[in-house]
Design a protein around this ligand. Sequence first.
Ligand SMILES: NC(=O)c1ccc[n+]([C@@H]2O[C@H](COP(=O)([O-])OP(=O)(O)OC[C@H]3O[C@@H](n4cnc5c(N)ncnc54)[C@H](OP(=O)(O)O)[C@@H]3O)[C@@H](O)[C@H]2O)c1
Length: 240
Amino acid sequence: MQDKSLQGQTVVVVGGSSGLGLAAAQAAVQAGAQVVIGGRQPERLQQALALLGKSAIGWPVDVLDAASIEQFFARLPQLDHLLVTAAVLSPGRLAESTMADLQRNLDSRFWGSVHCLRAALPRMAELGSITLTSGMVVQRPQPGKAMAAVAAAAVETLAHSLVRELAPRRINVISPGPMETPLLAAALGDDAARLQALAAGLPLGRLGQAAEFAEAALFLMHNRSMNGEVLHLHGGAAWA
Ligand SMILES: NC(=O)c1ccc[n+]([C@@H]2O[C@H](COP(=O)([O-])OP(=O)(O)OC[C@H]3O[C@@H](n4cnc5c(N)ncnc54)[C@H](OP(=O)(O)O)[C@@H]3O)[C@@H](O)[C@H]2O)c1
């Protein structure tokens, strides 16, 4: 029997035109949801919408622009679940980067999530859920990624801190490790050998898959005991 557990519900995925967000949007469509996706590039959105089919709609949004986020959500009469995967990675060593470059990490992942929440909440169903995205860099710092780690950790603290304020709505975070997406490929210079080497060095000898992220995202939408949690999806890599 087909899983139609999200039938009649609206799932919004900010960052749903690629990678982890797109996989979650696909899973939500399969579970019967009406899906709304957002991202900056119209062509990427159109390609994703063609893949998602008639249960999905979408329009541009930039999480670095509060007015754009407001406009994105203003088009929605109501939503049940919000997933935010969009963020701009702006790596750079502290002393060698401009403040603007350092701040972009927090502006997109942290303040972008805050803006999305503020715009979504007035339209969100009472039993709705919010899922934000952080990353394994919180546990495994790397040179040049301090601000990325701070932004991801701030998102995790945001979720812990809002559980009572948002109840009965729930808020959780997914923290991915290295997952096979266009973002990771681009970060490694679209070099298949580097991707393979990265995968081989992980405890499970493989990269995480976007479909696994999607499964986790739908679990957090469904499970009414999950609240204020950070779900680590890194195949053990953060602890190895
Ligand atoms: N893949 C990994 O290994 C990994 C590991 C740890 C954490 N993460 C985090 O997981 C999230 C999703 O990553 P992914 O691998 O799925 O990346 P992806 O394939 O590049 O997808 C990112 C999505 O976010 C959108 N986006 C990017 N910047 C945006 C902005 N300023 N405003 C609105 N939308 C924006 C992109 O569309 P446009 O480009 O058209 O805007 C796209 O839809 C990111 O936050 C990433 O940092 C990923």
